[in-house]
Design a protein around this ligand. Sequence first.
Ligand SMILES: [Fe+2]
Length: 167
Amino acid sequence: MSENNFYECKTKSNLVTYMINKIHETEESKWNDFLDMSLFLISIEDFVLEPKLTKLINTFDCQNKLAIYRYKPNFCYQWHIDSIRNCALNLQLIGSDSFCIFGEFFEARKLKNLEKLLYKEQTYYLLNVNKHHSVFNFNNDRYLLSIGFPKPHTFADVKQYLVDNNI
Ligand SMILES: [Fe+2]
């Protein structure tokens, strides 16, 4: 297990019910296709129940990187590294059997240090998406709240902030 793949936050989320209501209220036309997923953007006002995250979003200039993602059932998002961000703070809203795997390629199809992230309920995770990762989704639509941290912010920087601020 590596401390550099992801970090589990200590504070439980206050936002799950609010965000699930938002999913139900959002018309299909508001969802945007993105790769093999869909997403809609949310705003910093949607974080009013979570003042510590409002401060974090302002500190790291994430105001335009706030979104809810939807992954299709029976879906695998292949091994990749995110291009526009080094790390993301995620909260899984619906889809409890889905998971993410981190690993390091040392040959074309050989990996070492595989590690599975199975999201706990109401729990934020900081993911180091600058490392190879893959997402598996089973029978249900999976919904995920994600705060992206624009480069050059790094996993180490944001993790330190979360620790220092008891998040
Ligand atoms: Fe990713």
